[in-house]
Design a protein around this ligand. Structure first.
Ligand code: SAM
Ligand code: SF4
Length: 446
């Protein structure tokens, strides 16, 4: 008689801190680990493996990681077999230190070594050895190349087209923890999107720290406009987006693609960071406020109604009241649809960390609050203009907060909720907007 032993599947809890790049990486990590029979759970207490995908762009997400690690220490005391892994930007930066400081951490994997997670787990499970893999090589980490299968209900997907960054904005840690800029071959990107479209994906966002410079460091590779053109031709993909764009590399030909490529959605995220010429220079951003305004003007001429969002930093070292006023004026003049704003945070190892004239905490706080009040008014005003208008919405599925409702996005990237009518994710519907809120719109199917 044959006896089969069915091993119960193992449970994985991933906590993701930080940006879209980390969200993308976490999805891939879950996929890699699914091949080792790990299945995602929502509660760390249930997990056999807890993985923290960390962020070091500002101090706040770092502190959150340290406090989560504290809670995990207590959990491991109760569950000695629990495996704890750390990845992302802090893992890259701290490496060995993490293992030394936190004896309950079993492995640390850097931003360019995700494909080695299996190896690290083998070391641990077979030999009981805690492991570290954190080389910042100049190649694309092969994990992005593995065939990727999305859950059937997912109709929007992110596709990494490049890794790293060469810009060295003086406040930013990214080039130090994600390495030099390296583009994926366009052939590979197109193949991946074809496969995603075959799985029912309708909307693709091309992802990179500065997508506008795609292909520039790879001999014979097409440029970003060329890549957009190639993706635009893939059957099944109905919407195309990209993030993030650096203003200095936003070329006239890229601006012209808005309004020219029908699948390219009418939205761009274009981080401004400051409205003061002097501060932009100290930030090493390589554009002036005037040049930025000109690009906004060209974008709006090429694509009337385009939605524009941005990032701003207040309290950068040396930011005087008049610099802050210049930022406020730019915000008022441009009228961003939405804005992510941050108080400057010293990042050890960056150039700005060595600048003097640090802005006192309470002044930074006050400026941030003032800026956010202004933007809230602008966003409200902009959203109000949607009332009684119709918009094309791609249905993504039931809303998380109100499962009896559907949620989706307009081409301009506004979230729209509306009553459910047995719609499958992936349906494209027209919705009349009836109410507007700070971060979403609400309507009814026309
Ligand atoms: N590559 C993108 C770009 O150029 O905008 C994203 C970089 S970063 C992950 C996202 C945002 O975090 C930046 O646009 C900036 O506004 C903010 N940021 C980065 N470093 C910061 C720091 N040291 N303090 C405060 N905000 C920071
Ligand atoms: Fe950081 Fe600047 Fe690179 Fe963006 S472009 S990741 S802000 S260094």
């Amino acid at each position: 008689m044959l006896i089969f032993f069915i091993m119960p599947s193992k449970k994985l809890y991933i906590k993701t801190f930080g940006c879209q790049m980390n969200v993308y990486d976490s999805e891939r990590i879950a996929h890699l680990l699914a091949a080792r029979d790990y299945h995602p759970v929502e509660d760390p207490d249930e997990a056999d493996l807890v993985f923290l995908n960390t962020c070091s762009v500002r101090e706040k997400p770092e502190q959150k990681v340290y406090s989560t690690l504290g809670r995990l220490r207590a959990l491991k005391r109760k569950k000695s077999k629990l495996i704890i892994g750390i990845g992302g930007c802090m893992a890259q930066q701290e490496g060995e230190t993490f293992l030394r400081r936190f004896p309950h951490v079993d492995f640390v994997v850097g931003t360019k070594e995700i494909s080695r997670i299996g190896e690290l787990l083998d070391e641990l499970e077979v030999y009981g050895r805690r492991g570290l893999a954190a080389n910042l090589s100049g190649r694309v980490d092969p994990y992005v190349r593995l065939p990727f299968f999305l859950p059937a209900s997912k109709v929007v997907a992110f596709v990494s087209i490049m890794q790293g960054c060469d810009n060295f904005c003086s406040f930013c840690i990214v080039p130090y923890v994600r390495g030099r800029e390296v583009s994926r071959p366009s052939r590979e990107v197109v193949e991946e999107i074809r496969s995603l479209a075959g799985q029912g994906v309708k909307e693709v966002t091309l992802l990179g720290q500065n997508v506008n410079s795609y292909g520039q460091t790879s001999a014979g590779e097409m440029d970003f406009v060329g890549l957009l053109g190639a993706v635009q031709e893939i059957p099944g993909v109905e919407r195309l987006r990209f993030t993030t764009s650096h203003p200095k590399d936003l070329s006239p030909s890229l601006i012209r693609t808005f309004g020219k490529f029908p699948k390219l959605c009418e939205h761009i995220h274009l981080p401004l960071q400051s409205g003061s010429a002097r501060i932009l220079q100290r930030m090493n951003r390589k554009y002036s406020p005037e040049e930025y305004l000109e690009k906004i003007h060209d974008l709006r001429r090429s694509c009337p109604g385009i939605s524009i969002t941005s990032d701003m930093i207040v309290g950068f070292p040396g930011e005087k009241e008049e610099d802050f006023r210049a930022s406020m004026e730019m915000i008022a003049k441009i009228g961003f649809d939405d804005l992510f704003s941050f108080k400057y945070s010293d990042r050890p190892g960056t150039r700005a960390a060595r600048f003097d004239e640090k802005v006192p905490e309470e002044i930074g706080q006050r400026r941030l609050a003032e800026l956010q009040t202004l933007q809230r008014m602008i966003t409200q005003e902009k959203n109000k203009a949607w009332e009684e208008k119709e918009a094309e919405v791609l249905v993504e599925g039931p809303s998380k907060a109100h499962p009896q409702e559907n949620t989706g996005r307009t081409r301009t990237n506004h979230i729209v909720n509306f009553p459910r009518e047995n719609l499958a994710p992936g349906a494209m519907v027209r919705v009349r907007i009836q109410r507007v809120y700070a971060h979403s719109l609400r309507g009814e199917i026309v």
